[in-house]
Design a protein around this ligand. Structure first.
Ligand SMILES: Cc1cc2nc3c(=O)[nH]c(=O)nc-3n(C[C@H](O)[C@H](O)[C@H](O)COP(=O)(O)OP(=O)(O)OC[C@H]3O[C@@H](n4cnc5c(N)ncnc54)[C@H](O)[C@@H]3O)c2cc1C
Length: 221
């Protein structure tokens, strides 16, 4: 008798496991989305239509033997999973690969690719027509998005507000922060993109805020 496995979630972890098991066992992959979403490309997709079109990979054709159920799992137990649509999928093994969630635009909050592309296009249009952009949060997502925006539109003024004194607060290595600081210092050119990070406390005088620039000289393409 062939072993059956139901995998909840078709993100990076879920699709890798589904493909690896496809030849050997009966695989059912469950995800409410119609496509695998390459989330790592989400921020650049906001500034580039070409990237947006390349960050969604339909699940059709992912598996040879196994199948993909487009639905959300609402209950799992040792014998399988139940979906929001009421489908019961029995299995010998249940794998939870439902990942993490971030607010849009870091991750998509819609399940349909066409809808996600439309949403990104609207945001891109809003960014394109803005002369100033305010980003709240100088963590990896805020800094990456500031980089993407100023790389494509160097004349835009991008301001990052953060309650912390330092950019990239949290459990990051001192080496990474040093490197980032060097990049920020190098880019502090009045003619270049101007990114700033300061406290979100409006009572603080603006001159006390630290102003930081980003280096876009090594754009990944
Ligand atoms: C902007 C951004 C940039 C990033 N850059 C990097 C990077 O450069 N390098 C790096 O290593 N990581 C990066 N990450 C982190 C990376 O995206 C995550 O670590 C990765 O997505 C986790 O993969 P996963 O398979 O665990 O889950 P996810 O990719 O989150 O996939 C989870 C899947 O489960 C589905 N799901 C959720 N709930 C259910 C349910 N109840 N039923 C069925 N399906 C469900 C979702 O629809 C989704 O498809 C970045 C993240 C963001 C947001």
């Amino acid at each position: 008798m062939t072993v059956s496995v139901v995998i909840i979630g078709g993100g990076y972890g879920g699709i890798s496991l589904a493909k690896a098991l496809d030849d050997a066992v009966d695989v059912v992959l469950v995800d409410p989305k119609d496509s695998f979403v390459h989330s790592v490309a989400a921020l650049r997709s906001l500034v580039s239509k070409e990237w947006a079109e390349r960050m969604f990979f339909r699940y059709d054709g992912l598996l040879t033997r196994g199948r993909v159920v487009r639905d959300r799992a609402v209950k799992v137990d040792a014998q399988g999973a139940t979906t929001a649509g009421g489908q019961r999928i029995g299995a010998d093994y249940v794998v939870l690969a439902s990942g993490s969630s971030y607010p849009y635009p870091a991750k998509m909050d819609v399940d349909d690719t066409a809808e996600a592309l439309t949403k990104q296009a609207v945001t891109r249009e809003q960014l394109a027509s803005a002369s100033r952009v305010l980003l709240v949060g100088a963590g990896p997502v805020g800094l990456e998005l500031a980089g993407e925006i100023t790389d494509v539109w160097p004349d835009k003024e991008v301001t990052i507000v953060d309650v912390a004194d330092e950019v990239l607060s949290g459990a990051y290595s001192p080496e990474l922060r040093d490197r980032l600081r060097r990049q920020l210092r190098r880019a502090r050119c009045p003619a270049g993109p101007r990114c700033s990070a300061g406290r979100g406390d409006h009572r603080r005088p603006r001159r006390e805020r630290s102003h930081l620039g980003l280096d876009h000289s090594r754009r990944r393409d």
